[in-house]
Ligand binder design. Structure first.
Ligand code: BGC
Length: 251
């Protein structure tokens, strides 16, 4: 049985669990700890250490994967659209590996969800290009080609229809803030997904993020030609995808 450990770092909670990578599911109940404020790298490192310590049976040799809602290249965080600005240029793999005293690999949150959906979920076995988007505070994206991730696509920051940063017009948080009905929101999402369709001609769109549990209320209203399905891993996608990333990146 192949195990590794996944941590999902979100704005309100930091969640972690050991993951059975054959099944793509938790190997034990996940633990959630409130995200510290401000959520600086040093403050969240302490929470990660506490989380991992809650699973003393976890093998120290298993790598730990961590999602962050930011661009990550070679373990270094390069952006901070919706998180504390102190993350920019932060060597996350290095500091977290020292803080947890085990190998840690950090991955963009939407990339983690994309990996998990393509391996175990809504896009399992899909060949060609799959675009996984997460609709939440912002819009995250993952490009997966024949099962291989092209990291850091950041398609939530495209300029679309005169909106310079599309996530600030079409994310799920905007729907809540502006009190948009599902049909009103779906009009914006149609414009957004048509843009992605025109630029990338994918085989499939997978729509994730917390709101994907209500997918039947708005996905049918999004008028695109490309097949579009709701993500399947729901709130397990971050942890499972992070664990998968850790195992794939392990030295
Ligand atoms: C960030 C992405 C992230 C997405 C979803 C965007 O604002 O730039 O890195 O994947 O939000 O959290």
């Amino acid at each position: 049985m192949t195990h590794s450990f996944g941590i999902d770092f979100g704005g309100s909670g930091i969640k972690g669990a050991p993951v059975d990578l054959e099944k793509g599911d938790f190997a034990a109940d996940r633990v959630r700890i409130k995200t510290p404020q401000p959520a600086t790298p040093e403050a969240v490192a302490e929470v990660f250490a506490e989380l991992v310590a809650r699973f003393p049976q976890q093998d120290r040799d298993d790598a730990v994967g961590v999602t962050v809602p930011a661009v990550v290249r070679n373990g270094v965080v390069l952006s901070a659209a919706n998180i504390d600005k102190s993350w920019i240029d932060f060597d996350a793999d290095g500091l977290f590996t020292r803080a947890l005293d085990r190998e840690v690999h950090v991955v963009n949150d939407a990339d983690a969800a994309g990996l998990a959906e393509v391996r175990y979920g809504a896009a399992a076995g899909q060949q060609g290009l799959v675009i996984v988007t997460t609709l939440g505070t912002g819009i995250g994206s993952a490009l997966v080609m024949d099962g291989r991730l092209v990291p850091n696509s950041e398609l939530g920051h495209l300029e679309v229809d005169g909106h310079p940063d599309v996530e600030q017009w079409a994310a799920s948080s905007v729907r809540t803030r502006e009190d948009l009905s599902y049909p009103e929101w779906a009009e914006r999402l149609t414009v957004y997904y048509r843009t992605l369709e025109r630029l990338f001609s994918p085989e499939l769109f997978v729509v994730g993020g917390g709101v994907s549990k209500d997918g039947d209320q708005f996905l049918p209203l999004i008028d695109v030609k490309t097949p579009m399905v709701a993500a399947q891993l729901r709130n397990r996608a971050g942890i499972v995808g992070a664990a998968l990333w850790a195992e794939e990146t392990e030295r």
